[in-house]
Design a protein around this ligand. Structure first.
Ligand code: SF4
Ligand code: MG
Length: 327
C-alpha cells in the first residue's frame, strides 16, 4: 500500500545568533527525518520541547519548506511554493494546534468562522452552507444555539471543538494536530481525544498527533515515533512502544506514564539538560543523559536500524550486537 503522506529525509536548518554580536550558527531543527502515514492511521510524534516535533509537523503541511528532502502526499511530491497545485493538495490536509483562541477570529461568530473554509475552498453552494455548519457543530458536540456566540463566550474545550470543526469542514485526508489538548484541563482532554478518534474513524482521516505527553498519545496513536534533537530515535506500533520500549530515551519517557490501576514502577528520571538544538552533543545526541552510554556513543551517531518487530531504533547499545546484554 502507498502511504497517504511520506516524509523523505527532511532537513530544516535555522540560523541562530548567539548573543548580540555572535555569528549566526546553523541549527538542524529537523535532521534527516523519514516517515510514512497510511490512510486512516494515527502516527503519534513524541519528544520534549526542542526536539523538532512542531517543525516537522509544519514541514509535512508545507508551511515550513524543507531545505533537503521531500514530502510526498497521495503519491505526488508536494511542490515548493504556493502554486495552485500546492493549494489543491493543501486543502486535503489541515492543522490543529494548541491555542484555539489564536486560531479563531474574536470578532466573528462561531457559525461565520465555520462557514469560512467552505467558502474559501468553494466546497458547497452557498444555500447549503448553513446546513453544513449545523452538521459540523453537531459532529464536534456543540449545541445549535452556540452558533451565534463569539470565541470568548466559549470555554477552551469548546473553542478547540470549533477549530476541529473548521479543520474537518474541507473533508481533509490528513489532520496534523500539534499539542491539541495541552492547554486544556485533564478532564476536557479526554473528551477532545475521544472526539478526535471518533471523527477520524467515521471519516477515515489520517492523523499526525504531536505531543510531549505520552499519556495522551497512548490513547490515540496506532504508531509512535519518538524524536530527540531533530531525529527519530525509535518508531514502532503503540503497543510495542508502551510494552517494551527499547531506546533508553523511550524507556525513560514510557516509565513516567502511570499504568491504569497500578502505581509508577521503575521510573527512570532523566538526568542532565533537556535537548537544546543550538548545542547538539557529539555522537549520539542523547549520550549526556543516557544511563547506558559508553565511549562509542560519544563519537559515533547511531543510525536507525530495523530490528524486526516492525520497529526501528537508533542506539548502539540496545539495538546493537550486545542488545541481549543491555536488555
Ligand atoms: Fe545511550 Fe549510546 Fe544508545 Fe545513545 S547510542 S541511546 S548514548 S546507549
Ligand atoms: Mg512544539
Amino acid at each position: 500500500m502507498t502511504p497517504l503522506i511520506e516524509a523523505r529525509d527532511l532537513v530544516r536548518i535555522y540560523h541562530v545568533r548567539r548573543g548580540l554580536f555572535g555569528h549566526p550558527t546553523p541549527v538542524r531543527a529537523v535532521d534527516g527525518i523519514s516517515l510514512a502515514v497510511m490512510a486512516g492511521e494515527t502516527l503519534g510524534i513524541v519528544g520534549e520541547s526542542g526536539s523538532g516535533k512542531s517543525t516537522l509537523g509544519r514541514m509535512l503541511l508545507g508551511i515550513d519548506a524543507a531545505q533537503e528532502g521531500e514530502v510526498v502526499f497521495d503519491g505526488k511530491a508536494m511542490p515548493a511554493g504556493a502554486t495552485p497545485e500546492w493549494r489543491k493538495l493543501r486543502a486535503k490536509m489541515q492543522l490543529v494546534y494548541q491555542d484555539p483562541l489564536a486560531a479563531l477570529d474574536r470578532r466573528l461568530t462561531i457559525a461565520t468562522q465555520m462557514a469560512e473554509p467552505l467558502e474559501i475552498h468553494r466546497l458547497i453552494p452557498k444555500e447549503h452552507r448553513a446546513a453544513r455548519v449545523a452538521e459540523l457543530m453537531s459532529a464536534v458536540g456543540l449545541r445549535p444555539d452556540q452558533a451565534t456566540r463569539f470565541p470568548h463566550e466559549l470555554s477552551g474545550g469548546q473553542r478547540q471543538r470549533v477549530v476541529i470543526a473548521r479543520a474537518i469542514a474541507s473533508r481533509p485526508k490528513l489532520l496534523v494536530c500539534d499539542e491539541p489538548v495541552s492547554a486544556l484541563d485533564v478532564s476536557i482532554q479526554a473528551q477532545i481525544i475521544n472526539m478526535l478518534r471518533d471523527l477520524q474513524q467515521q471519516h477515515s482521516i489520517a492523523m499526525v498527533f504531536i505531543s510531549h505527553d505520552l499519556k495522551v498519545v497512548r490513547n490515540i496513536a496506532d504508531r509512535v515515533a519518538v524524536m530527540y534533537l531533530g531525529r527519530v530515535v525509535e518508531e514502532a506500533s503503540s503497543d510495542v512502544i508502551f510494552r517494551s520500549p527499547m531506546h533508553p530515551y523511550t524507556r525513560a519517557l514510557v516509565s513516567s506514564v502511570p499504568r491504569p490501576g497500578s502505581p509508577l514502577q521503575g521510573r527512570v528520571i532523566l538526568q542532565g539538560e533537556p535537548p537544546n538544538p543550538a548545542n547538539r552533543p557529539s555522537g549520539c545526541a542523547f549520550h549526556p543523559r543516557c544511563p547506558l552510554a559508553r565511549d562509542l556513543c560519544r563519537t559515533a551517531a547511531p543510525q536507525l536500524k530495523d530490528i524486526g518487530d516492525g520497529r526501528t531504533v537508533a542506539c548502539h547499545v540496545t539495538a546493537g550486537d550486545d542488545a541481549q546484554i543491555a536488555a
